[in-house]
Design a protein around this ligand. Structure first.
Ligand code: NAD
Length: 297
């Protein structure tokens, strides 16, 4: 049976680990938050008291951490896990981080004979719980094929974007587009409402017209239009504004690195940063609607 070490049992990592356990993988887990570890243990995971412990004697090691610095520390820091992984262990980092950091960690792993892929995800907490995530993979084909049974246990779409770091580049492009379309959708909805339209009627018209997009299909930002989305529960849960800001920062860094022009992404980042400064950093990113309708704020 495949033995898995899993570090980072938060909003995404927790349900991902649960799906692996339910599909029969043996799992050793670690998180700096003890309650999260307790929840994983109730589902059948073995509790570890350090990341190094979770990386010892496993076939596959998975990380799902907030940002670049956490991933750098986990693998390359003073207590870095690269030193205790066996050469045959496959490493899968699912965190959304800078492509350059993915490449740095992957090349340090390669030097000691360890294969690593970057496999950031799309699909949010709902997708993590349902096991329907999209994995966007960067790295070699052989480690991707080795990882496939685990990725299939946690998701339903697997894309190979290219070499190491390419998964992160594709993920950052997607999230930059997502931020732009969410802000644009909120802006259009508010324009209609301020001119006397019913937001539900306008949403349906635009959904079926040339403005149709993912937000209008499944993630409407206007309160009361769609059931079961963050807009209908005061923007709680979902994908945090502060995580979107992190991803837009990665997009800006990636643009600067190659001299790409990203005016829409820069504008969306500024909208989200100001929104966070007004106290909405821990709200779902569709709460950008409140920037346009201050009476809802
Ligand atoms: P989260 O903050 O809920 O989970 C991260 C977990 O890592 C936390 O439980 C934290 O305690 C743990 N952690 C931090 N440092 C650690 C360390 N040194 N050792 C062990 N555990 C440590 O975040 P999340 O929402 O699960 O997001 C994780 C990643 O997935 C991020 O990179 C995010 O951008 C990405 N992502 C999130 C979503 C979403 O909808 N939440 C969607 C797609 C991608």
């Amino acid at each position: 049976m495949t033995k898995v070490g899993f570090v980072g049992l938060g909003n995404m990592g927790g349900p991902m680990a649960k799906n692996l356990l339910q599909q029969g993988f043996e799992l050793k887990g670690y998180d700096i938050v003890p309650q999260l570890l307790d929840e994983a243990v109730k589902l059948g995971a073995v509790a570890c008291d350090s990341a190094k412990d979770a990386a010892t004697d496993v076939d596959v090691f998975i990380s799902m951490l907030p940002a670049s610095k956490h991933v750098q520390n986990l693998y390359l820091g003073d207590e870095g896990v690269l030193s205790c992984l066996q050469p045959e262990t496959l490493v899968i980092d699912c965190s959304t981080i800078a492509p350059t950091v993915s490449q740095e960690v992957s090349s340090a792993a390669k030097k000691i004979g360890i294969a690593m892929i970057d496999a950031p995800v799309s699909g949010g907490v709902g997708g993590a719980v349902a096991g329907t995530l999209t994995f966007i993979v960067g790295g070699g084909s052989a480690p991707l094929e080795q990882a496939r049974p685990l990725l299939e246990a946690m998701g339903s779409n697997i894309f190979h974007a290219g070499e190491s770091g390419a998964g992160q580049v594709a993920k950052v492009c997607n999230n930059m587009l997502l931020s732009v379309l969410m802000a644009g959708t909120a802006e259009a909805l508010q324009l209609g409402v301020d001119n006397g339209l019913d937001p539900a009627v306008l949403s349906e018209i635009m959904r079926k017209s040339s403005g149709g997009n993912w937000a209008l299909e499944v993630y409407n930002p206007y309160p009361g239009v769609m059931d079961g989305v963050p807009a209908s529960r005061e923007y709680e849960g979902g994908f945090l504004v502060d995580l979107m800001i992190k991803d837009l920062g990665l997009a800006m860094e990636s643009a600067l690195a190659v001299g790409a022009s990203t005016p829409m992404g820069a504008l969306a980042r500024n909208l989200y940063v100001n929104h966070s400064k007004e106290g909405h950093g821990r709200s779902d990113f569709s709460s950008i609607q409140q920037v346009y309708n201050k009476s809802d704020a």
